[in-house]
Design a protein around this ligand. Sequence first.
Ligand code: G1P
Length: 295
Amino acid sequence: MMKKIRKAVIPVAGMGTRFLPATKAIPKEMLTIVDRPTIQYIVEEVVASGIDEVILITSEGKSAIENHFDYDFRLDTLLKQKRKRALRDELNKISGLIDIVSVRQKEPLGLGHAIWMARNVIGNEPFLVLLGDDLVRSETPCCRQMIELYSSVKESIVAIQRVPRDQTFQYGIVEGSKTKHKRTYKVRRMVEKPAPGTSNSDMAIIGRYLLMPEVFDFLGKTTPGHGGEIQLTDALLALANKRGMYAYEFEGKRYDAGDKLGYLKAIVDIALEHPSLGKQFKDHLHSICNTKKCC
Ligand code: G1P
């Protein structure tokens, strides 16, 4: 019988060097996009996809993430005394979002190793992986789209997007052939960050995976690959060869929030749609365009 997808792994152990000095004392996942830390958008996608439990793979200095989703008795009491009802409700909504379990990755050995750390909490059931740098905005949450496809294909799925050929070296790249399912390809090959000009495909893996638990057998055996790290992509290729795997061109827009420009784009797009700020923000952008004659 097909097992329900109940758990999502979110690796948050990375150092965030691309955002230094901003990330010297705070985790990169806590950088704010308009009015919420980046990680909250990721957890909200998980919740909107019907998942029951999040497993954070953490490292030293990441406790702010756990605190963000925890209930803060002192703060709640203070807000109650001050009769700040709306703010209290908002904070309690965040702490009640979902059950969160943390596992420490003691050494930075790579994404594959980070996911392997979740093996005992996941056990023998399929699960999701979301990378915190990839923010996806879509009508149907990206993970929900993948869960829907899983009910038909019943195997692992990686979400992909087409990227310009000169950018393929920044991603895990998938080669595959079309299937009868919409926007779905059967994976034939996958390579982590191929050298420029060495790949025939423009299908890039984004940070959303739905994986069968057998992936842990391969992760346990994966030796260091690209960059000297244990790569998830290498274990996925072994899993694809053994049981099959699908690549799914998700519907929606992805932002690379781990990159300064991608992060700024996410802020602008989200701010423009913000219920109380959107209108004024749009007027402000117009006024910049008018004065600087930039558009
Ligand atoms: C990771 C994965 C890579 C994937 C990318 C998507 O790389 O290893 O396969 O394409 O995320 O964001 P990273 O960007 O963490 O180096």
